[in-house]
Design a protein around this ligand. Structure first.
Ligand code: 13P
Length: 253
């Protein structure tokens, strides 16, 4: 019912030449049709990806501005992303919240703009280690979800993807257990039912992210509420990316 989506987040890795080499290595590898495969690459790789590999993977960006144009030095707009064939935009990643001071309010403006331009937002939420240790995980993710989706209608929310990425699991090699991730993601679905209704909550795809590897992806996907993964490091090598997509199917979705 909810098609799992496996998205690579390449962060600030790969020149255009390296992007081309990745897809050349990926070659004609067939991906299972049961999953949606996405790569969110640096902006400079997107035009080439849109032209050459968008039939194979969904093309995604890692950020955007919420205005369509204007005096915003260094920013990229949604019409620009549309013209190169991007279909997804990661928003509110913890690295942007931490290093670029993105607030829930700004993330919300971006979520609404992405949906208005018919792209799919991947809204990232997740608690820090200190928040986890203070037993504040549910409170933190609830606030991020509620504020991130403020003024988004139920029909629009259904088009969004939420990525639960505990900050302590990102790049640490210490993934959450599938059971713990399922518990928080189940809670996020409950929050969606409170904001909207059960039908909407059941339609939204929620990914897990944080040290996902080809070896552990199936355990996450086997959980009833986990609809995919947002993967950093393990998505950077073609072989590993292909394995992630293939192994996701073993999750039984
Ligand atoms: P890692 O998979 O490298 O832990 O990164 C996760 C992440 O931040 C994806 O957005």
């Amino acid at each position: 019912m909810r098609t799992p989506v496996i998205a690579g987040n390449w962060k600030m890795f790969k020149t255009l030449e390296e992007t081309k080499a990745f897809f050349q290595e990926l070659g004609n590898m067939e991906f299972p049709s049961q999953v949606e495969a996405v790569v969110c690459a640096p902006f400079l790789s997107l035009p080439w990806m849109g032209e050459h590999v968008s039939n194979k993977v969904g093309v995604g960006a890692q950020n955007c501005h919420f205005e369509t144009e204007g005096a915003y030095t260094g920013e990229i707009s949604l019409p620009m992303l549309q013209t190169v064939g991007a279909k997804y935009v990661i928003l509110g990643h913890s690295e942007r919240r931490q290093y670029f001071a993105e607030t829930d309010e700004v993330v919300n403006q971006k979520v609404r703009a992405v949906i208005a331009h018919q792209l799919v937002p991947i809204l990232c939420v997740g608690e820090s280690l200190a928040e986890k240790e203070a037993n504040r995980t549910n409170e933190v993710v609830k606030e991020q979800v509620v504020k991130g989706l403020a003024d988004v209608s139920a029909d629009d929310a259904k088009k969004a993807i939420i990525a639960y990425e505990p900050v302590w699991a990102i790049g640490s090699g210490k993934a959450a257990t599938a059971e713990d991730a399922e518990e928080v993601i189940g809670y996020i679905r409950q929050v969606l039912a409170e904001i909207y209704d059960q039908t909407t909550a059941d339609a939204v795809r929620i990914q897990y992210g944080g040290s996902v590897k080809p070896e552990n992806i199936a355990t996450f996907l086997a959980q009833p509420n986990i609809d995919g993964a947002l993967v950093g490091g393990a998505s950077l090598k073609a072989e590993s990316y292909a394995q992630l997509v293939q192994n996701a199917v073993q999750g039984g979705k």
